[in-house]
Design a protein. Sequence first.
Length: 213
Amino acid sequence: MTAGEETDHRRRPRRRGAALDEAIFQAVLDELAEVGYARLTMEGVAERARAGKASLYRRWPTRIELVMDAVYSRLPDPSAPPDTGSLRGDLLALLRGNAEALAGPAGEALRGLLSEALAGSDAIARVRRNWQGASLRITREILRRAVDRGEIDASAVTDRRLETGHALLRYHFLFHGPPIPEHVITEIVDEVLLPLFRSPPRPPPTDPGTAGG
């Protein structure tokens, strides 16, 4: 591509809305796969997508926000969690899907985002809320159905327990890398999650100052 072709907006394809978003998101994922998060730039994404750099910055002021929107566009719909008919089957399907995502651009993005978080990026708080929110919504719906089927008691579903499976999966990914073996997913479900959700939460400790009062 010549300098004139790069700067002449008339030579770019006229795309708007969903078509433009798709081209940009695919460019982000291709850049992640080819150069990694550390070397990904807004300029590189714009050139690959054949889009204007200014239009990217208007919609995504930071690289973090652009990358996360691109990754989310390829993740499973949080409103349609796995439904295998059993809690164990649902949890296995959920973690397998997450493990597969971590083996691709989502995993590369996660590693990069952690480095941004350690550097104190202002945008990381929104990213953290979005990342955890989608995972928790899917897990909560899986557990709601398990409660309706009588597999577990509703009191066993707490916010802290909801985070456990995803936290263990991410821990293994970050320290051992992809792909996450099937036996690790099965062990997380059978040795941690099922016993956890089949046991009632412990009552809060009694304040010694109020005991007997």
